[in-house]
Design a protein around this ligand. Structure first.
Ligand code: SF4
Ligand code: F3S
Length: 106
């Protein structure tokens, strides 16, 4: 499955959800996750993300490994999002900021 990683936090551009053919994105307060049981590895979402936050599971770097389980866990809790929304007004300020994982809201 594809995995949403740290740089989505507080960016949440949502361009990714528009292209997903199986609507497997789920929305939290400031982050999205992919349901690994529904993702069909079509690859389309990864190129759409302005934050380059979506990676194939095999390409997730060592310091982002915890996001694999986080996507699986929160996709069972958060609601499906299938249409693009306006990103937060300060999304561009957070794009690329390191150490955002402590800012994840559940
Ligand atoms: Fe959806 Fe395809 Fe991205 Fe999986 S790889 S989340 S199926 S757009
Ligand atoms: Fe997040 Fe990128 Fe989608 S910032 S909401 S994974 S377009």
């Amino acid at each position: 499955a594809y995995v949403v990683t740290e740089n989505c936090i507080k960016c949440k551009y949502t361009d990714c959800v528009d292209v997903c053919p199986v609507d497997c994105f789920h929305e939290g307060p400031n982050f999205l996750v992919i349901d690994p049981d529904e993702c069909i590895d079509c690859t389309l979402c990864a190129a759409e993300c302005p934050a380059e936050a979506i990676l194939a599971e095999d390409d997730v770097p060592g310091d982002q490994q915890s996001f694999i389980a986080l996507n699986a866990e929160m996709s069972k809790v958060w609601p499906i999002i299938s249409e693009r929304r306006e990103p937060p007004p300060d999304a561009d300020d957070w794009n690329g900021t390191p150490g955002k994982r402590n800012r994840l809201e559940r």
